[in-house]
Structures are given as C-alpha cells and as structure tokens.
Design a protein around this ligand. Sequence first.
Ligand SMILES: Nc1ncnc2c1ncn2[C@@H]1O[C@H](COP(=O)(O)OP(=O)(O)OP(=O)(O)O)[C@@H](O)[C@H]1O
Ligand SMILES: [Mg+2]
Length: 260
Amino acid sequence: MAAEFVIEGLKATIEGKEILKGFNLQMKGGEVHAIMGPNGTGKSTLASSLMGHPKYEVTEGTVTLEGEDVLEMSVDERARAGLFLAMQYPSEIAGVTNSDFLRSAINARREEGSEISLIKFIRQMEGKMKDLEMNPEFMHRYLNEGFSGGEKKRNEILQMLLLEPKIVILDEIDSGLDIDALRVVAQGVNAMRSEDRGFLVITHYQRLLNYIKPDFVHIMMQGRIVKSGGPELAERLEADGYEWVKEELGIEDETVGQEA
Ligand SMILES: Nc1ncnc2c1ncn2[C@@H]1O[C@H](COP(=O)(O)OP(=O)(O)OP(=O)(O)O)[C@@H](O)[C@H]1O
Ligand SMILES: [Mg+2]
C-alpha cells in the first residue's frame, strides 16, 4: 500500500460558505492524477484543505495517507507524513532566505539529532538547482520575495525535489512558466515519479499533460469530481471546452455557487 491516498466525501467551508461538496478520490503510489475544471470550482480549495490551511474548515469526510488519518494531523505533521503542495500563488516571506527555509523544512521532517549537515544540504541544493537551471543566487534571496511568476514556480519544484514527499499536489505549476521552464519543471517532476509516490496535478491545460503524462484525468465542478477518464479526456477538453460535459451531466452552473 505504498503511498495510498484516499479522500472520501470531503466537504469544506470557508467563512461559512461550502466550497467542497463531497470530493472522492483514491490514489496509489506510482500514479499521476490530473484534476481539471473551470475557474472557481474548488480545485485550490481542495489543495489547501488537504494541507490543513487554517482558513478552510473540513465539515465532513475522511482523508487517509497509508491508512493514517490526515485530518487529525497539524500542518507540520502532514508535511512530515509526506504531503506536499506546490501552491498556485506561493507566499513571499521577507527575512527568511530560501536556503534557510529549505534546510528547516528538511530538518522538520527528520528526527532530532539526525539533522542534515550544512555541507550535505548545500551540495544537494546546488545539484537540484542545477537540474532546474536555476541561478545559484536564488539560494540567498528571501523566500519568493520579488521572484517572477516563473521563478516562484521553479522554486516550488526545488522544494519538492529536496523534500521527497509521498504525495505531491501541484496547483497550476504550469501557470507563468515559459516554454523552456515548463520542460525543465516537467523533467524535475518526471524524475521524481516512482512506485512509492503519487501526484495530483491541477492544471487548465492539456499541454502540461504532454510532459507529465497522467494515468487518470478528473473533471471538477461544483466542488467535486463529476467525470473521470484517461488522458483522452484532457484532449477532448482542450478541443471542445467544458460545455459538453455540463450538457451531458445536466449542470447549469459549474461553480460552487454564491449562496452564503
Ligand atoms: N477566502 C475566501 N472567501 C470567499 N470565497 C472564497 C475564499 N476562498 C475561495 N473562495 C471561493 O471558493 C470558490 C473556489 O475557489 P478555488 O480557488 O478553490 O477555485 P479553483 O477551482 O482553484 O479556481 P481557479 O481555476 O481559478 O484557480 C471561488 O468561488 C472562490 O471565490
Ligand atoms: Mg485555483
């Protein structure tokens, strides 16, 4: 049951408004699941709720990673258990350098007394930055401060490479990346694919899925998955948009709705 990740009947609210309305998904290690869906259908809310963002209140459902109850865990514990989220809009943290942040994040996942040595950390970080074609100066910059959109996305992938999570959630990792950066980032992700790691890739564009080939594609509307298929589903969406899905399922408004 390597990296088995199961979400059942997940409901979440923000400021009293229900955004996730019964989300179900089962993932196994080695699998890549893509989640596509129109704007405002709850994709980022799903990602934040899974990581334990304090703004979102989970009201129903279960989430387990290798049989462990994720919803019971603090944000730190989720990271230690192997959950990782590359955010759609990564936060800037002034005063904390990228390398300090990364080293603390790595050590937070380790037992006390077995922290990574500075030399080893720097060697690893330099190696991964080279793979991602990042300028070494980014090591010493404050976390995401003044980073361009694409630089932030590359930096999220750097974190993923160093933290070696079990479940990787990528929220629009392709937005803001130029064509070459998209290829570099996808190579970084593909290098991490393994039997004991699962990926949840949120994207609007089939193009990313040409590089990171999904096993399953899910369409999210109204705060839950309404249709699943293989890679051909993403191709159909690219060609035809979402109207046919809404017609097929009798959905008029695909968003989570505006009622309070
Ligand atoms: N803090 C908040 N306050 C009020 N509404 C919110 C809040 N956070 C999210 N929402 C609403 O929840 C809905 C879902 O937002 P979410 O960011 O999950 O959508 P998404 O599917 O990721 O969209 P996109 O494709 O544009 O990134 C939106 O209507 C959004 O306005
Ligand atoms: Mg989003």
